[in-house]
Every structure is written in C-alpha cells, then in structure tokens.
Design a protein around this ligand. Sequence first.
Ligand code: PFF
Length: 467
Amino acid sequence: MAGDKVSIHGSWASRWVFILAATGSAVGLGSIWKFPYMTGVYGGGAFVLVFLLCIALLGLPVMLAETLIGRRARQSPANALRDLAIEAGHSAKWSWAAFAGMITALLILSFYSVVGGWSLDYIIDMGRGDFQGVAPEQAGAYFARMISDPWRLTLWHSIFMLLSAYVIARGVVAGLEHSLRIMMPLLFLLLLILLGYSLTTGHFMEGVHFMFNFDTSRLLDGLLPAMGHAFFSLSVGVGSILIYGAYMPKNSSISGTIVGVALLDTFVSLLAGVALFPIVFAAGLNPGEGPGLMFVTLPLAFGNVVFGQLMGMVFFVLVAVAAWSSAISLLEPMVAYLVERTRVSRVWVTTGLAFICWFVGLGTVFSFNIWKEARFFVTGADSFQLYQWGAAGGLDFFGVIDFFTSRIMLPLGGLTFVIFAGWVMGREAVREELAMRSPKLFALTFLLMRYVAPLGILIVFAAQLWK
Ligand code: PFF
C-alpha cells in the first residue's frame, strides 16, 4: 500500500518535530517583514481581511493537500506526483507541475537570502549600538545606506546562503530540530515584548485601526497580492510543505497538525503587524514605505528603550533564524529530487543549487543600488516595453522575481496540488491519508479541496484580469 512507503531522506522523530519544522518553514520573513509592508502598501484593513480569507479558504486546503500527497508518496514533489498519478491511472506528466514549483522555490530563495542577509547585518548594527537613541530620519537613512552598498549586501547574502546550505547538506531531519526547539518560542516572546513597547507609544489604537478597519472600495486592490502572500506565508504552492509531509510519521494526524501550523503562522503575522504599525505612526513614517518598513521601525523601537541594544540584537538573531528555517524548506524539494534522481551526493547537489540561487540573488542585491534604474515590463499610455533604463513605471529585478513567484507561480502551484488531491487521487485516497474521525469534517475538508480552493484561485486570477 502507498501509505507504507518510507522516505530515503529520513523521517521526523515525532509529530512535534514535524510541527516545529513546518512552523519553521511557514514563520519567516513572510510574516515579520513582508506581511506588514504589504499591509502598508495595500491600504491596511482591506488587505488584512482578504489575506485572512485567502488563508482559510485557499491556503489551508492547499496545505492539507500538499502534506497528504507528500506523506502518501514519501518522495520529492515531482516524483510524488508522478508515482501517485500513475497509481491512480493518470498521466506521469503531472510531475512537470511539481517541477515548476521546485524551480519557483529556488527563485524565491534567491531574494529571500538577500533579505535574510539584511537581518544578519542588523544583528551586528544593533549589537554595536548604532541605533541607540536614533531618530526616524536617521533610521531611514541608515537603511538606505546599507542597501546602497552592493558589496555589503553581497557579503551577507553569501553568509545567509552558506548557513542554509550547511543544514541542507547535512540532511534536514538531522539539522533542524535542536535549533528550532529553542528559537521559535523565543521569537514569540520577543514579539510580545515588542508589542509591549508598541502599547507605550500612544499610537497603539491608530495601528490597530489601520490594520483592522477597511475601506470596501480597496478590497479589490490587494486581491491578487493577498492571495499570493497567503500562499507565500504558509509556504505552500512550491512543494516545501509537501516534502516535509514526506518525512512525517505515519501515525500523526495531518489535519489537526496543519491547522495548528497555519494558525500559528497567521498569528505571528498579525502580531508583527499590530506591533509595528503603532511605531510607524508614532514616528510619523509612511506605512506604505515598502520593503524597508521593518528595518526602519524596529531600530526605532529598540533604539529607544532600556536594554534595547541587547533585545534588538536578539530580535534580529531570531528573525534571521526564522528566515533560515524557511530558506531550508525552499531548497529541500529540489535537493531531494536530485538526490532521488541522480547519483550525485546530497552535499554536491546542495552546493550546486545554492550557488545558482546565490547567483540569481545578485540581481536582487543590485536592484537596490547599481541596477536601481533598470525597469522591466514598462507600460505607458499607448506603449509597452520589456525593458527600459530609468523608466517611471515598471518593476525592478527584485520586483519581477517577486511578482512572478508570489503572484503567479505560487497560486498556480497551489491550484495544481488541490486539483491533484481532489480530482486525481480521489476521495478514498484522501480519506485514508487524512484519517479524520468525523465524517462531516472530512466531507467539508474534501469540499474545500475539490471545489472551493480551485474555483477560488481561478476567480481571484479572473478578477485581477478584468479589474
Ligand atoms: N513561508 C515563508 C515565510 O513566510 O517567510 C517563506 C516561504 C518558505 C515561502 C517556503 C514558500 C516556501 F515554499
């Protein structure tokens, strides 16, 4: 029976270790860095509402689908889809969809590592006391100075990539458990301390209002970005959760575990938002500031409290660890695939792939300095250009990768996984893997997977096209 297979890459020691690893993958820069800045750019409450709906109705079913596919097949995403499709009497070509997902993961890692590097840089800056008593303009200027230096960014990007590759090369199962057991709860605690600081700014309610009050006219603005970010935040759509599912012990319940991980991830995002926005308003910063939002607000908070130097340093260590445990899950699907498919060792496969991601990541490094003026997909009143130096609109290199991966590939990948579970594997296989006690709950879950999530994803795409 399919359910009795074992993974050649090892297994998590228990359900708890799976929870740690999956939470480690989900909670990362997406929750702490990207969610607050996107909420700012897309107008606050409207974005948050659509994001939460997308998590519950689209992201969660995809997460369940990925986990059960992985656990049933116990292989890398592409091989998992191929084998399960053949088993169910369908075409082996399904593996191509997962292959696209694995490449998407590598593209995400290319920029993820650059931003992970920013956090590493800030550990040193915080610890050195660079932000003691800092004013808002100074914090903004500090960040601008950092990203304008390609050498500095390349250095930290390289270190971040090496740290991630090291764990992958040793094997994820062996490498992750110890660090996450301590780091995750600590990150949570420091977020609560940050929240405590926000409460003292006198602008707490303004922040809460910004995040939870919405203007119905803005609901459509952030629809596709919110869906893409829901997938990004839960780490679904590229096979990362699938591969972690492949290492999951047979006897643990998928649904309860996955709902727990998704709730935790969403909670961290909301907590990060509620903690950051009061600081943004208190300092008179622009909430739509963009990718620098966290790197300007946190130094302000920690630079102006007692023990801030130490706490700020620890905070950035934890952000870097959260980013690192997510980065690992981005690299693992392709590494597992190549280890299954070739005779090359895990160490060499990891080294090669990490190098490719690092190289592509240089494009993101340069987007903030020497390629700042390079613009792709520039649309004018009556013209369209693929590339133009110094154009007013368009996307920079980082923008292109982010747009293509988060807004297009992640939802498409998610669509593939729910269709695969709901239509290709079929009801009985899904029932067997999920092993839910309540038949009603199973019927609801299967309904979400088979109809609600696929249709929902297609509707969001369509709404975006006809907006
Ligand atoms: N979920 C991670 C975060 O929120 O930072 C990022 C991520 C990891 C996205 C793994 C996609 C993925 F497959």
